[in-house]
Design a protein around this ligand. Structure first.
Ligand code: SF4
Length: 735
């Protein structure tokens, strides 16, 4: 078995013509699959099952090949708009999760104190009965609001339904305040649209793409990588602002190696040039803009010469790139990014990004932001959820965070440390998110876990959070289960279906079954009026007027393409207070916050320390795939990028192992050095998700270093509560 070739990965991560791969030719004995593992007797010849990938949140359509009851390979579904017959390397590696020998195989109940990792195997009845008993007891004493759920992934929908029925408002996902929440808030404030997921950007038709700290190609959003490849192939230009010479930067006409933390200064200077030189879309501004004059005044002194003193980018280069970007308007797109929680003023930075896009007049335009729709789905009727008696407990007593539009996961975690919020969280249900890695300040996560009365973890692998649980429930992987229907807004609207390719292995159970069984035991059976997830999705599809048989056959139903741009006849409307594109935000002003983005210098690393930056590798999704033996074949551990001059001055050689020590004296595991000219000398960089300390993850254990462990500080965004995490500094010591 060969796995993915190096060449394929380079093509992929380079965003080149082969932006995604077709299949892996996977053989099951490659990772030592036990020949006694269960077979599905119903599949003798090869069958192909259309479904949805879950190796990341993007949810591409997949065709799963099954022979002799085993998944032999996973390919992109050519009919599915998000995959178009191609997958990213992670998607191809799906069987590496299904056949991971370290999978959770049976329910577990803790037999010693929390955190000591001693469990006994249990039956499903025992485990579910215990959870229901403890949840009822805790709710009777402290109210149902005192039980919080943390979640990630599409399979969480069943548990969100359960916990809403139970009556808690504390349903938190790190994907909001630890990832794209500032973008949501900024674009809502400015345009009235939260951009959705997949983002409503027309990359393929863009004539100029600008990325700020966004490393598409290493960050593998399959469809966008394909579109990126198309744009470049068609002569699209690229401007990359990044302290690191990323793969995207290597394709760029302009690379601006900015000093970390100064992006707002650059954005304001670009806005200054575009306004001063009248390079903006005057029609758009006149017809749709709100507060342009205030903006003009605000940036009058934010000259490129001023920005140079902050960003280290020469003034001439700032001017040149401002003109370059504006020269392609309106098909000039400043990409809003995705993981944008950097410095705590992130909503304002994303406001500046939105404002710049507004000046380029690309809202609702080909090659800019498009205005897609979705295929509406009916709900399967269930009783109304009870109204929680108390608000979300996600912030210290009395603290106002005016524009948080979802519970803040780190705040709900903090409310689990008694006495910090309006009321204490007493129990957690954790679905598919490894909180010790996905939340900043892991010391607080540990403290909360020690204080809680009860913790349930539902997962596929023994991730670090599982070791802290009182009850562990092994969920079937996405290749073994049904889930709800998926209908995002997209230029080609569609509805997709996840269904099992093989039967659940071991004693694992699908999420829909676990949620319904817990529901029954909690007296919430009326909320689950279906015998199976298949019956549920069939009913939902039929209520929505969809051909369920076609959905099962093809894995997807694609609707008629709707107009998505002004060029195609869409009329622009803005769901903002002024009903216009808000350069100036009255809402922020009313909340006592800056109505226009303000640049504030951030603390710099002390002498001998470097800012810790982190990102993605094309083969991995967060920490979720670090144990995947197939993906490990091409990327088994991370390395720390250190500027070559810094290495020389410290007497450190390429590939040598070092330990990173942060400002709070927290030390990483030893990690290999990548000595490179491709990063500034004031920061270091590593791929997120490695440096695992959980021994049961036998593939990932001890490989590389964990950025999460070193993120012991964060700065909270005052507008929406995001946690800026690029504020940690490390020293480099020889291992
Ligand atoms: S981007 Fe890759 S991992 Fe994510 S859903 Fe698509 S194929 Fe799967």
């Amino acid at each position: 078995m060969g796995g993915l070739t190096r060449r394929e990965i380079i093509q992929l991560s380079g965003g080149g013509a082969a932006a995604a791969v077709v299949g892996s030719g996977l053989l099951t004995n490659w990772w030592g699959l036990d020949a006694n593992q269960p077979m599905d007797p119903k599949t003798d010849g090869e069958t192909v099952v259309g479904s949805i990938c879950e190796l990341c949140f993007w949810k591409c359509g997949i065709n799963v090949h099954v022979k002799g009851g085993r998944v032999t390979k996973v390919e992109g579904n050519p009919k599915h708009p998000l995959s178009r017959g191609r997958l990213c390397p992670r998607g191809v590696g799906g069987p590496g999760l299904l056949y991971d020998p370290d999978r959770l195989k049976t329910p577990l109940i803790r037999v010693s104190e929390r955190g000591t990792q001693r469990f006994r195997e249990a039956t499903w009845d025992e485990a579910l009965d215990l959870i229901a008993k403890r949840f009822k007891e805790i709710a009777a004493t402290h109210g149902p609001e005192s039980i919080a759920m943390f979640q990630h992934g599409f399979g969480a929908t069943w548990f969100v339904h359960l916990m809403k029925a139970f009556g808690t408002p504390n349903l938190a996902a790190p994907s909001y305040a630890q990832c794209k929440g500032p973008r949501t808030a900024a674009f809502n404030l400015t345009t009235g649209s939260h951009l959705g997921s997949p983002e409503s950007v027309d990359i393929a038709n863009s004539r100029c793409l600008t990325f700020l700290g966004y490393h598409l190609g290493e960050n593998m959003h399959n469809t966008q990588v394909q579109d990126f490849s198309t744009a470049l192939k068609n002569g699209g230009q690229l401007v990359v602002v990044d302290p690191r010479f990323s793969i995207a930067a290597s394709k760029a006409r302009h690379w601006l190696p900015i000093k970390p933390g100064t992006d707002i200064a650059l954005l304001l200077a670009w806005i200054n040039v575009i306004i001063e030189e009248k390079l903006y879309d005057r029609d758009f501004v006149a017809k749709y803009g709100h507060g342009f004059d205030e903006l003009k005044k605000h940036v009058a002194d934010k000259t490129p010469e001023w920005a140079w003193t902050q960003t280290t980018i020469p003034a001439a280069k700032i001017r040149e790139t401002a003109r370059f970007i504006a020269g392609f308007k309106p098909a000039s797109l400043v990409h809003p990014g995705r993981h944008v929680t950097w410095y705590g003023d992130d909503t304002q930075r994303l406001r500046a990004v939105a404002i710049l896009n507004g000046l380029l007049g690309n809202w609702g335009r080909k090659g800019g932001f498009i205005l897609p729709t979705n295929i509406a789905l009916e709900k399967v009727p269930t009783p109304t959820y009870p109204k929680p008696k108390r608000a979300v407990a996600d912030r210290p007593r009395g603290k106002v965070i005016p524009l948080a539009s979802a519970p803040l996961a780190a705040g709900v975690r903090d409310a689990s440390i008694p006495g910090t919020a309006d009321y204490d969280i007493k129990a957690w249900l954790v679905y598919g998110t490894n909180l010790p890695l996905s939340l900043p300040e892991p010391q607080k996560t540990r403290e909360a876990l020690q204080k809680l009365e009860f913790v349930v973890a539902i997962d596929v692998l023994p991730a670090e959070i599982v070791g802290w649980a009182d009850v562990v429930l092994p969920e079937s992987t996405y290749l073994e289960r049904w889930d709800d229907l998926y209908n995002p807004t997209y230029e080609q609207p569609f509805v997709a279906l996840r269904r099992p390719a093989v039967a659940p292995m071991y004693a694992s159970k699908p999420g829909w079954w676990i949620a319904a069984e817990l529901g029954k035991r909690l007296g919430l059976g009326a909320y689950f009026p279906w015998k199976s997830a298949r019956q549920y999705v069939e009913r939902r599809a039929k209520l929505s007027g969809l051909d369920f048989e076609a959905l099962v056959r093809d894995g997807v139903i694609v609707g008629k393409r709707q107009p998505v741009t002004v060029e195609e006849g869409v009329a622009l409307t803005f769901d903002t207070p002024s009903k216009k594109f808000e350069f100036y935000s009255d809402d922020l002003k009313k909340a006592g916050l800056d109505p226009l983005p303000v640049y504030t210098p951030h603390p710099e690393p002390p002498e001998g320390s470097y800012r810790l930056l982190f990102g993605r590798a094309p083969q991995h999704s967060f920490g979720r795939t670090a144990n995947n033996r197939l993906l490990a074949e091409t990327y088994a551990e991370n390395e720390v990028w250190i500027n070559a001059d810094v290495c020389r001055s410290l007497g450190i050689k390429d590939k040598q192992r070092v330990v990173l020590v942060n400002q709070d004296q927290v030390k990483s595991l030893p990690v290999r050095v990548k000595a490179t000219e491709r990063i500034r000398n004031d920061c270091v960089y590593m791929v997120h998700g490695f440096g695992r300390r959980e021994k049961k993850l036998r593939q990932a254990y001890g490989k590389g270093a964990s950025d999460s462990e070193l993120v012991t500080r964060s700065v909270q965004d005052p507008i929406m509560g995001g946690t800026g995490m690029n504020v940690n500094f490390v020293r480099i010591e020889r291992a």
